[in-house]
Design a protein around this ligand. Structure first.
Ligand code: ADP
Length: 449
């Protein structure tokens, strides 16, 4: 096992990795930007090293600075968290060439899944269902029109290099198509440095259901059930839960097997998530694979009792997966609300000083957060400041516990999305579990403040 791990991230996920390392008796190294001088990950790690100024490009994305920090401190492995360098195959290659172990999949798996148009092709070859669409990137307007005619409107244009809910454009009529392709290509070029786009059938009210997988370097792969992530705004998840209110045991098994097949097709190891869209009739389609730990991994940990981050570290150190598929049971129900530093009505970011903070406790509550009273949320990074998770015997109890937790959470000085979460939790449709990815759009029209 490693003696020292460097965490190439910040915020709650950096703390999450520190917790796992502490449980395992591993020393930790935090890296931080000048904006994160007072951040908790710096305080809780055994060592810390400043890697540059506030902008991510000069700090958390600064490969030479991070590699140097690992060398200076004698860390043997790097945990990338999510975002930043977590899905950057070049970073992994550089780290490995410096004899540093990357806690995640191989650079090759990441490359294969990172190009979404290519991943679609790989999935088709592996027999994993995908939505009708183009065979790889679109090379001409004529091809785009031909594909759209064949699969029918509406369609969605996606950037091959897209991610984080960006680089997508829904097209409802053929007249819009030409313009939309050109705009999508130039937007993708600017945002990702890669103008490639592809076309997929657009489902108007699907559910987003994803499968957590875990595999070791000997080819053992299991799945840990699903997470329902349909409560999203602008393709960004707001609330996640496990199990999904609609998945039958049969569908869970089918989707789990498909996710394992998807992982096998790229010789995948470590933790990963295969995202699917699920239609009303239970048909499911591969959307993409996230080749890292995800923000919402905690809900799976709550229902399975398995520590995913510890397993990530063990697998990276070469240990075999001792968990067997038959041992994986989902117990009770877990929910997660992503708390953002933003106005709950306008969604405008609200960085600034947290004057008062109290984390709720009690049965079935888990909070992953890196904020405290007196902490100033910097404007530079992601606005998510806490993940509140609850676990209950069933969905009803998990919801009741979430309402109790959010009601008793004190986070003052800045605006947060807590009031919005409380409204959603009170919503009839949400409570009945009857929703699709369109939920938020309709909800925001009917919600009263
Ligand atoms: P990202 O990597 O940016 O998160 P995804 O491919 O995972 O992009 O898609 C994000 C969200 O966009 C999905 O959860 C879903 O709500 C919506 N979406 C993506 N593709 C489709 C589609 N073909 N039909 C309907 N909705 C889609």
């Amino acid at each position: 096992m490693f003696e020292k791990v460097l965490i190439a991230n910040r915020g709650e996920i950096a703390l999450r990795v520190i917790w796992a390392c502490r449980d395992m008796g591993i020393k930790t190294v935090a890296v931080y930007s000048e904006a994160d001088k007072f951040a908790l990950h710096r305080r809780f790690a055994d060592e810390d090293i400043c890697i540059g100024p506030a902008p991510s490009a000069q700090s958390y994305l600064n490969v030479p600075a991070i590699i140097s920090a690992a060398e200076i401190t004698g860390a043997e492995a790097i945990h990338p968290g999510y975002g930043f360098l977590s899905e950057n195959s070049h970073f992994i290659e550089v780290a490995e060439s410096c004899n540093l172990c990357f806690i995640g999949p191989s650079s090759n798996s990441i490359r294969m899944m990172g190009d979404k148009a290519q991943a679609r092709k790989t999935m088709i070859a592996a027999g994993v269902p995908v939505l009708p669409g183009s065979d790889g990137p679109i090379s001409s307007q004529e091809e785009a029109v031909a594909v759209a005619k064949k699969i029918g409107m509406p369609v969605i244009i996606k950037a091959s290099a897209g991610g984080g809910g960006r680089g997508m454009r829904i097209v409802r009529t053929e007249d819009e198509l030409e313009n939309a392709i050109a705009t999508a290509q130039s937007e993708a070029e600017i945002a990702f440095g890669n103008g490639e786009v592809y076309i997929e059938k657009y489902l108007t009210s699907p559910r987003h259901i994803e499968i957590q997988i875990l595999g070791d370097q000997n080819g053992n792969l299991i799945h840990l059930g699903e997470r329902e992530c349909s409560i999203q705004r602008r393709h960004q998840k707001i609330i996640e839960e496990s199990p999904s209110p609609v998945l039958t045991a049969k569908l869970r098994k089918e989707m789990g097997l498909a996710a394992i097949k998807a992982a096998q097709a790229t010789n995948y190891y470590n933790a990963g998530t295969v995202e699917f869209l699920v239609d009303d009739d239970g048909s499911f389609y591969f959307m993409e694979m996230n080749t890292r730990i995800q923000v919402e991994h905690g809900v799976t940990e709550l229902v399975t009792g398995i520590d995913l981050v510890k397993w990530q570290i063990r697998i990276a150190a070469g240990e075999a997966l001792t968990l067997k598929q038959k041992d994986i049971k989902l117990t009770g129900h877990a929910l997660e609300c992503r708390i953002n530093a933003e106005d709950p009505r306008s969604f405008r970011p609200s960085p600034g000083l947290i004057e008062h903070f109290h984390a709720p406790g009690g049965p079935g509550v888990r909070i992953d957060s890196a904020v405290y009273a007196g902490y100033r949320v910097p404007p530079t990074y992601d606005s998510m400041i806490a993940k509140v998770m609850t676990h209950g015997a069933d969905r009803k109890e998990a919801i009741a516990r979430m309402k109790r937790a959010l009601d008793l959470m004190i986070l003052e000085g800045i605006s947060t999305s807590i009031p919005l979460h409380l409204k959603i939790l009170d919503d009839d449709q949400f409570q009945r579990g009857e929703f699709s990815t369109r939920f938020m759009e309709d909800f925001l029209k009917r919600v009263s403040w």
